[in-house]
Design a protein around this ligand. Sequence first.
Ligand SMILES: [Zn+2]
Length: 301
Amino acid sequence: MTTQRKFVSEFKLKEEMCEYGRRIWMKGFCAGNEGNHSVRLGNGKFLVTPTGISKGFLKPDDICLVDANGKQLAGKRRRSSEFQLHAHIYKARPDVNCVIHSHPPHATAFAVAGVDLPSCIHPEAEVFLGPVHTAKYVTPGDKRLGESIDPFIKDSNTILLGNHGVVSFAEDLESTYYKLEIVDAYARILILAKEVGSIQPLGSAEMKELIELKARFGMNDPRAKDPQNAACQSDFISRVRSAVATHGRMATGAGTVPAPSTSAQCGLEQTIAHLVPDRVKADEMEQIVQVITDQIMASMG
Ligand SMILES: [Zn+2]
């Protein structure tokens, strides 16, 4: 973005912000008018998306110009109320020139479930994101949102906002947007993988190689100081392995609500029915499904 700031006109940057808004919307990362993104111009000025408009249909004219305190300097629309979060990141990270906040559904599912994204599983996530932490929930638009990410702001480029969404930040629009795509794709892979089988974490030797690779590319990783002891977050894996039967139910103060056995049985029958080849006749299939369901329910006690 340093190069962009020097050689790219403000209008061109506004056009790019509209283009990335379209990509964010096309990927389903923002429903309705959700989400916001901004670019640092230099001289204490920033371009930021307006409030109350879909990110899929932005025009250069809609983009607002603000100062570091969020005071609007130009633009016919009102700037996003979340700019305070962006300003907090720009202040803490002089190397950052772009911030994107949105609600990509798969990554947000982790933020809503209060489950940290695990590390030491997927090379792309390790190289381009590094550790992804979840910040405590704060009411959207509140200035405490910035403070909620303070524990992770120096060593991260992508943070899950508790019960809310994702914020990613980097040196330019392109790499910031890619982090958003990568974090949602990674979350989707994890959700799919747990349906396919048990998730196989990378070993410490493999993680050491990846972290050394990042260092060779000049990419920062807080674990580079001691790659042998790369702390792997396995919260998700341990939950999947030990608590499959409690997934998908609303958590309460007293623990997780037990599922009625009839609905468990019904879900099980549906799953088994999907596995039976199409050529099997309907009455035979019913019998097969019943026998397998009975056996599984009996083994579950
Ligand atoms: Zn939001």
